[in-house]
Design a protein around this ligand. Structure first.
Ligand code: ATP
Length: 297
């Protein structure tokens, strides 16, 4: 039957049709390539590389036109300046390239897929009481226009940012958050980092985004929130000192001027995600332990 279909297709196209055999490794290769291309497109979209890509496209069109019209001098110049241009691209995009390599080096890229160091997933879950405290404190500060920057850590550990601030290690409460961000107190500057139900640090310094998409009216507090969201999976809550508006940054995007219900929704989403990861890791750990026990008998 299949042979008959193949023959009629061959007759239709008037040529031999060759269907290669597909192996498991081919499928794996397709999956890996799809994942890498997707990550590359996301990276290009979130950085200045998008502008570079547009520049390269314009240049490619110019070269094509020059080739069609046989403009030899232009083609000669393009041929001879390719090495210089490639070096210039590396120099101009050095911060982006460094960040991409750092991401790989710090295992953040891999830990976002699997937990390599076996760190306790449960520790990143937070309770409903913590969620309520964050929302209450955020909107209490919003009402009186107290600036705040709250980082809710997820799967990627933020140790390098935690160490730029002052260690707190205290249970989350609305009162503590209000106290930390109170004007003219030693801990009010910078960001608070939360892990699970605990505040682990205050006055932490976060990396600033250099994205040109962010509104000009937003200053460094919002730039810091967006910057951290570009290099980690954390959820960052910002209260503007100028307007009292509450915004949330995640995955390189800033959701501005959100309501109380929307903040609750954002926090519930990551709570659900943390639970799912924890259950998934728990199941794998359970199976590994079961096998280990069986082997030792
Ligand atoms: N890199 C950073 N990491 C953590 N916190 C930062 C960072 N940069 C600035 N901040 C915090 O932001 C404050 C300055 O906010 P700024 O007025 O520049 O920002 P903004 O986005 O306009 O916010 P606002 O609307 O609250 O004024 C600083 O006092 C500091 O607490």
């Amino acid at each position: 039957m299949n042979q008959a279909i193949l023959q009629s297709i061959e007759r239709f196209f008037g040529t031999d049709i060759y269907f290669p055999r597909i192996h498991f490794t081919d499928i794996l290769e397709i999956v890996i390539l799809t994942f890498l291309i997707y990550q590359l497109i996301r990276w290009i979209n979130n950085t200045k590389a998008w502008m570079l890509l547009k520049g390269i496209l314009v240049l490619a069109i110019c070269v094509l036109v020059a080739t069609i019209l046989r403009m030899h001098t232009i083609l000669y110049l393009v041929r001879n300046s390719i090495t210089v241009m490639a070096t210039a691209v590396v120099v101009v995009f050095q911060p982006e390239l460094r960040r991409a390599l750092e991401k790989l080096g710090e295992k953040q890229f891999l830990t976002s897929v699997i937990n390599l160091d076996g760190s306790n997933r449960e520790s990143i879950r937070f309770s409903d009481a913590t969620k309520r405290d964050i929302v209450d404190a955020t909107f209490a500060m919003s009402n009186v226009k107290t600036g705040a920057l709250i980082v809710v850590e997820q799967a990627i550990q933020l140790t390098e940012y935690e160490t730029t601030g002052i260690r707190v290690d205290a249970a989350v409460s609305k009162q503590l958050l209000l106290n930390i961000f109170e004007h003219n107190t030693p801990l009010h500057d910078g960001a608070v980092i939360m892990r699970g139900d605990r505040i682990i640090s205050a006055t932490s310094y976060l990396p600033l985004t250099d994205s040109s998409n962010i509104s000009k009216e937003l200053g460094t507090r919002h730039r810091a929130a967006l910057g951290l969201s570009e290099v980690s999976d954390a959820l960052i809550v910002v209260v503007s000192e100028e307007t009292g508006f509450v915004s949330v940054a995640q995955s390189g995007k800033l959701d501005r001027n959100i309501t109380r219900n929307e903040l609750e929704e954002w926090l519930t989403q990551i709570q659900i995600k943390a639970n799912a990861t924890s259950n998934w890791m728990g199941r794998i750990k359970g199976r590994v332990l079961k096998h280990a026990r069986k082997d030792s008998k």
